[in-house]
Ligand binder design. Structure first.
Ligand SMILES: NC(=O)C1=CN([C@@H]2O[C@H](COP(=O)(O)OP(=O)(O)OC[C@H]3O[C@@H](n4cnc5c(N)ncnc54)[C@H](O)[C@@H]3O)[C@@H](O)[C@H]2O)[C@@H](O)CC1
Ligand SMILES: [K+]
Length: 498
């Protein structure tokens, strides 16, 4: 599933129409019909349906929906929210067809008119503004949108809730709060931003017949699907030995924070790492070892003398602390490790200057920051990052040559070459201490089994979220889920995936 900005969507459509030759009116017909086909099974018959129609092609889709519903015998009224002169092109053609098949057009150009038309509606189909929206919503649309939000009717938005821009930076001010949004052709980026995502309600993507060739090279952002993860994960080779799936080193934990690194190593082993060594403060070893019998242990003071080429992957950060010794270890590993290096938690801040200096360019460097850590790496406010997470991640990954996994409800993974993927597994149960440490372990294990760190990262967050989802569906709830339950759930994820 592709995720697009408004500009990318227009480029894709321009290619499909201009280069491939699909008439734009066919796309509009498909868009309107596919939404109507989704709505019809939800109808019982007597509902009053109001289709609120704006000037652009989003309104054009609305005319098609109104016609299809009318033809099927439902009580659909089309309410035009702009003067006749503003309706042009394919939208005008569809308005004329609607009228020729017996449809009656009602007009609402003031909020009072609009409210009066809306009064009897059980369902409002919002086809006022689409991806052509730019900036703050102007009157009279602002008033119409506020009226829709005050009504008790079910609200179904066409393509995007009116008032929301498709791209980053959208504020969600004066936008329709939809119960359901049917996105057309590709998912819109603002459906994955914390400020605007809630306006979409439940959303679904509908295919409107845009060919694959029109997407290729015009967009490199996708939602990770279970099929992508299945394709990437390898079946275990029956002739494998413990060295086949990677020797990992995990650097972190401390006397008063032994749990973090324990969860990291358990998650790495559960995800399939062959051998794992934990390098931590000497005093922390007994308690970690008591909880993970399968790993080996080293005093972290010995790291500078270690032969790092023994390892296929190194993860550092969880529970590591922000003291000077931790900083020196990060410096040492950051410069010395040739294998994939996963940097999380406290290690991110220690690595900041070296990242900006591009010290590891050309060597796989995987970062797993939460928004606070990412904002600190970028020297910006968290709010600014959360309004533009895709572009900040892309710029940072390109400039530093690192692979970035920015955690959130919709975790974003970015490669230095610009590829991006969004994850939508996981639930609110993950909002608890320790779940990030588990993710680091999953990332390490997959980074040792995959050649492409981008694939490793996007599979890791899918598995992490899926484990939480399976646990919440079976044994736990979002309230009681613990990070250690996420580790335990990895087995169920593999049984489902492989
Ligand atoms: N182009 C295509 O091939 C297809 C487009 N489709 C539909 O077309 C839509 C995009 O159509 P358009 O490009 O015509 O854009 P819109 O339908 O979003 O219309 C934009 C209109 O809103 C006005 N406007 C923009 N910002 C505003 C603001 N802040 N306050 C008030 N008014 C504002 C503009 O002046 C313009 O009249 C999509 O969302 C989708 O629903 C579908 O029909 C499928 C095919
Ligand atoms: K809309």
């Amino acid at each position: 599933m592709y995720i697009v900005t408004a500009q990318e969507m227009y480029d894709i459509e321009r290619h499909a129409i201009g280069e491939v030759g699909i008439p734009s009116v066919v796309l509009m017909e498909t868009a309107g019909r596919s939404i109507a086909s989704e709505i019809v099974p939800q109808l019982k018959g007597p509902e009053q349906i109001m289709v609120a129609i704006g000037a652009g092609n989003n309104g054009g889709d609305g005319w098609v929906i109104a016609r299809v519903l009318l033809e099927k015998g439902y009580q659909a009224i089309a309410v035009q929210t702009v003067p006749d002169a503003k309706i042009k092109g394919d939208a005008l053609l569809n308005k004329q067809i609607f009228e020729k098949v017996g449809g009656h057009v009602e007009y609402a150009t003031t909020q009072g008119d609009f409210k009066a038309k809306m009064r009897k509606a059980d369902i409002i189909i919002d086809a006022i503004l689409g991806i052509g929206t730019r900036g703050d919503v102007r009157e009279p649309y602002k008033g119409f949108i506020n009226s829709i939000n005050e009504s008790c009717a079910t609200v179904i938005s066409v393509d995007i809730p009116s008032g929301i821009e498709a791209s980053e930076g959208a504020t969600g001010k004066d936008a329709v709060q939809a119960d359901q949004t049917y996105m057309l052709g590709a998912a819109k980026l603002s459906a994955f931003l914390p400020k605007t995502a809630p306006y979409f309600g439940e959303w679904q993507l509908l295919d409107i017949g845009l060919p694959r060739i029109s997407f290729e090279s015009r967009v490199n952002r996708k939602l990770t699907t279970i099929a992508d993860v299945r394709k990437t994960l390898q079946k275990r080779n029956p002739f494998a030995h413990k060295g086949t799936y990677g020797k990992g080193l995990i650097v972190g934990g401390s006397e008063f924070m032994p749990g973090s690194v324990t969860m990291t190593v358990m998650a790495a082993l559960r995800t399939g790492a062959g051998l794992c060594t934990v390098a931590t403060e000497k005093a922390a070893i007994p308690s970690i070892a008591a909880n993970c019998l399968e790993a080996m242990y080293k005093d972290r003071a010995g790291i500078p003398e270690m032969d790092l080429s023994d390892f296929d992957g190194i993860a550092m950060g969880p529970g590591m602390g922000q003291d000077k010794t931790a900083g020196e270890l990060v410096n040492n590993l950051f410069r010395g490790a040739e294998c994939p290096l996963v940097i999380d938690a406290d290690a991110l801040q220690h690595a900041k200057e070296m990242l900006h200096a591009g010290v590891r360019k050309g060597r796989a460097t995987l970062l797993t920051p939460h928004p606070g850590e990412m904002a600190r790496l970028l020297d910006i406010e968290i709010g600014e990052l959360l309004a533009n997470p895709f572009s900040y991640s892309a710029r940072f990954a390109e400039q530093t040559g690192s692979y970035v996994l920015l955690k959130g409800k919709h975790t974003i993974v970015t490669a230095p070459d610009g590829r991006q993927s969004v994850n939508n597994t996981g639930n609110a149960g993950l909002a608890k201490g320790g779940t990030g440490d588990v993710l680091t372990g999953i990332v390490l294990a997959l980074a040792m089994q995959q050649d492409d760190p981008f694939e490793a990262l996007r599979c890791a967050c899918h598995i992490h979220g899926l484990s939480a989802d399976i646990q919440v569906e079976s044994a736990h709830s979002e309230h009681d889920l613990l990070a250690t339950d996420v580790v335990k759930g990895i087995g169920a994820v593999y049984r489902k995936l492989l």
